[in-house]
Design a protein. Structure first.
Length: 293
């Protein structure tokens, strides 16, 4: 299998001093990176993209989203994405490394924002006209500062980024109240801890009891938390994370299906296939044919 390329911020810098932050108008970005963006690829940084014109399809970790005026996307390191965009596409894009943000905001982690931290959270926010205008102003200010030589430049860049992230988190909270608002703050915080633990252990630990024990709660309560916040059982959350990783590995690792199943904690390959098919609606072999054709 061909490997999925992992793109670094340096690739887009064009001689800029910092390699921890990047900003560009979307049209210019597509010209700069066209050789690298034609096929599905991954980043080692956080990305935020706003579309102000045009249409298309943006696929993130095998989930397809429509692109239109006012579409705002958030992507985390490691996610596989690709897009098909119309010729009149326009907007703005910025990248930042985890270190760039969290070195200055010690108590605020990027993963605390639901659109960066939760695999089960939507990666697209559709803005209305007023929200789009507000965000365009913030993006333009961000771009002006990026290209300036002002003192305390990084401080203002970080402040503007935080405004975009906080405003978006609040908008997500309103638009997806079935995910956040109906759940108590305690439930949502517990769920974030659960997903963080799943991220650490999903390849070796599949039981609810394991995660409930680490969180010092009962399996029944963990299940209640998961169903309240994302309308999925805790087992479903764990299994979906495993299958997502399997899809990523099928795309970029030159290993056999049996080896991939074993690396994900399945000694019995036939059981891995059943789990994969239940979640994705196709077998691993069918998935490869669809995405590697």
């Amino acid at each position: 299998m061909d490997s999925i390329s992992v793109l670094h911020i340096d690739l887009f810098q064009s001689g800029k001093n910092t390699s921890d932050f990047y900003f560009n108008a979307l049209k210019n970005h597509l010209v700069v990176g066209h050789k690298h963006l034609e096929k599905p690829h991954r980043h080692d940084f956080y990305a935020t993209i706003i579309f102000t014109k045009g249409s298309g399809i943006h696929e993130i970790d095998f989930q397809k989203y429509d692109v239109s005026e006012g579409s705002l996307f958030f992507m985390s390191p490691g996610q596989i994405h690709s897009w098909e965009l119309s010729n009149d596409i326009d907007g703005y894009i910025f990248f930042c490394s985890q270190e760039f943000y969290e070195m200055h905001y010690v108590n605020q982690k990027l993963r605390n924002f639901p659109f960066f931290g939760s695999v089960n959270f939507p990666r697209k926010l559709q803005l209305n006209k007023q929200e789009l205008e507000q965000n365009i102003n913030l993006f333009l200010m961000l771009g002006n500062e990026y290209y300036s030589q002002n003192i305390m430049k990084n401080g203002l860049i970080l402040s503007l980024m935080s405004q975009i992230f906080i405003n978006s988190a609040r908008q997500f909270s309103r638009d997806f109240d079935n995910l956040v608002s109906s759940a108590s703050l305690s439930y949502f915080k517990h769920y974030q801890v659960f997903e963080s633990l799943v991220e650490q252990y999903f390849s070796t630990e599949k039981s609810i009891a394991f995660y409930a024990s680490l969180m010092d709660i009962s399996s029944k309560h963990l299940n209640r938390i998961s169903q309240t916040v994302v309308q999925k059982t805790a087992t479903g959350v764990i299994t979906e994370r495993v299958v997502l990783e399997a899809k990523r590995m099928l795309m970029y690792l030159d290993e056999s299906l049996v080896e991939i199943a074993f690396r994900l904690g399945y000694e019995e390959y036939s059981y891995f296939v059943r789990v994969f098919r239940k979640i994705s609606g196709m077998t691993p072999t069918q998935f490869i044919k669809k995405y590697k054709a």
